[in-house]
Design a protein around this ligand. Structure first.
Ligand code: FES
Length: 129
């Protein structure tokens, strides 16, 4: 399974799984704060994973807002609140999530969370655990 360029015309399924051991991105490709979206699979197996680095920590979430299921970023790579690099913002309706754990602190899905994807760092790469 390999990641690819995002095709926004195709739906992403929030419960599609990415196999353990899958390489998501090289650590060097992430800024701090920084985030990338990596899309895997086709059809009902299509998954979108947001890999996020903030404050030196790297986490990954299914890139699907719990409010309406859209990806967080409308513009490629624009995940963070411009004034607060600890907060991810859904560009569809403005929900705000802690980058640390994906918990929604305000907006239409307040109290819900992004689905975490367990990852490990190995040989300078972010890998699904
Ligand atoms: S889809 Fe994210 S806030 Fe509505």
């Amino acid at each position: 399974m390999t990641g690819g360029v995002k095709d926004r015309s195709q739906p992403v399924y929030p419960f599609a799984r990415v196999a353990p051991g899958t390489v998501l991105v090289a650590v060097d490709e992430l800024g701090d704060p920084g985030a990338v979206s990596v899309v895997f699979g086709e059809g009902i197996m299509r998954a979108d994973v947001a890999v996020v680095r903030s404050g030196g920590r790297i986490r990954a979430f299914v890139n699907s807002c719990p409010h309406a299921g859209t990806p967080l970023e409308t513009f490629d790579g624009r995940f963070f609140d411009e004034a607060d690099p600890t907060i991810l913002v859904c560009s569809t309706h403005g929900a705000r999530f802690r980058a640390d754990d994906g918990y929604c602190v305000s907006g239409p899905c307040q109290g819900l969370s992004l689905r975490a994807v367990a990852v490990r760092i190995e040989d300078g790469k972010v890998i699904v655990a």
